[in-house]
Write a protein that binds this ligand. Structure first.
Ligand code: NFD
Length: 316
């Protein structure tokens, strides 16, 4: 082959690579992603790190070795069709990795990942599933298997809606059930009261399907709900109405007490620290400083009137 032809071939391969990269960079990152690259190394690295540096004063260490945990986790889905992973496939992994949880610290969340985790503050205020070894290892990873070698599909995993028992959905179902069954005392749930597309509480959510039904009534006393509302957005659902009334019914039907609070001060302060310029935060500051004309306190037209921002616990 002449040097000229070789140069031409090299140039066209570089061009093809550049086009592939460009197309990939423009893909929706959530559209049928394959298994996370280097998942074994990521999983085992997280596991060793957790064991040594994470939640040392808050949660017990587990006995199982990180290599064993990876083996049990990966055996649940590898060399299997991605839609054929039952919840029971992860049972051995769950029983090796589960930890006992301190009383009154468990927090569930539904439809509101980011605020719930800012509020729970890595276990300092509350402990979420993602603070436990089981949730920490898998959070934000994608994975699924295939029947042919290497047994793991790195190019495409089905959407949860594409199959009834998808590999990671079964995992999170088992993880949620395990987490809830370990809770004791008073538990907390944070939900979003401002989502126009989704009720704050859904029986079909992981919370509704796997967490609430698995709370042990002999060990749990009450479910304390926090309804958070986005700043300057309409409050679509508040304690006592819509799906929150249904939630109260489902919780009390399980024999548990129920409390509900809209935007507790601590949550509102967190929101305001990220967005101090929002109208609601400015009004609250002015109200607290006594510099708000009293007629404005009852002015309609605000999503949240300044007086409403002094939140109260409502026990229904
Ligand atoms: P959510 P929830 N396709 O916000 N948990 O009550 C894909 F790909 O509606 C933790 O159902 O609240 N992902 C995690 C989906 C996952 C789909 C599941 C879908 N169709 C459950 N639907 C976690 N850490 O990833 C839902 N998801 C995913 C436990 C999506 O990542 C926690 O202890 C969304 O962020 C918590 O108390 C997440 O599922 C409760 O269950 C949760 O959906 C939250 O489940």
């Amino acid at each position: 082959m002449s040097t000229r032809t070789e140069m031409g071939l090299l140039a066209s391969s570089i061009l093809v690579c550049l086009i592939v990269q460009l197309v990939r960079s423009q893909e929706d990152p959530n559209s049928n992603k394959g298994t996370t690259d280097n998942i074994k190394a990521v999983f085992e690295g997280r596991c060793w790190d957790y064991d040594v540096t994470k939640y040392n004063d808050l949660l017990p260490r587990i006995d199982a070795d990180c290599n064993v945990l990876w083996d049990k986790f990966s055996q649940a889905f590898s060399f299997r069709a991605p839609c054929a992973v039952k919840l029971s496939s992860y049972e051995e992994f769950m029983s090796l990795a589960k930890q006992s949880l301190p009383a009154n610290k468990v927090m569930f969340w539904s439809g509101i990942f980011s605020l719930a985790h800012r509020y729970s503050e890595n276990g300092a205020r509350f402990i979420t599933l993602e603070d436990t070894m089981i949730g920490y290892l898998a959070n934000s990873l994608t994975w699924c298997g295939q029947e042919s070698p290497p047994g793991i599909n790195y190019s495409s995993c089905p959407d949860w809606s594409d199959c009834p028992t998808e590999a990671s959905e079964s995992f999170w179902a088992g993880a949620s059930a395990t987490f809830a069954s370990q809770a004791t005392g008073n538990v907390t749930l944070m939900v979003d009261g401002s989502d126009p597309n989704k009720p704050a509480y859904r029986r079909s959510s992981f919370f509704g399907k796997y967490e609430l039904p698995n709370l042990a009534i002999s060990k749990v006393q009450s479910v304390n709900v926090i309804v958070a509302h986005a700043l300057d957005k309409p409050k679509i659902e508040v304690c006592g109405n819509g799906s929150l009334a249904l939630l109260k019914k489902d919780v009390t039907a399980r024999g548990l007490s129920f409390t509900c609070e809209d935007d507790p001060d601590a949550v509102l302060h967190l929101l305001c620290s990220d967005d101090p310029a929002s109208r609601e935060c400015q009004l609250a500051t002015a109200h607290q400083a006594g510099s708000l004309p009293s007629n404005l306190l009852e002015t309609a037209g605000f999503n949240q009137k300044p007086a409403d921002m002094l939140s109260q616990t409502v026990v229904y």
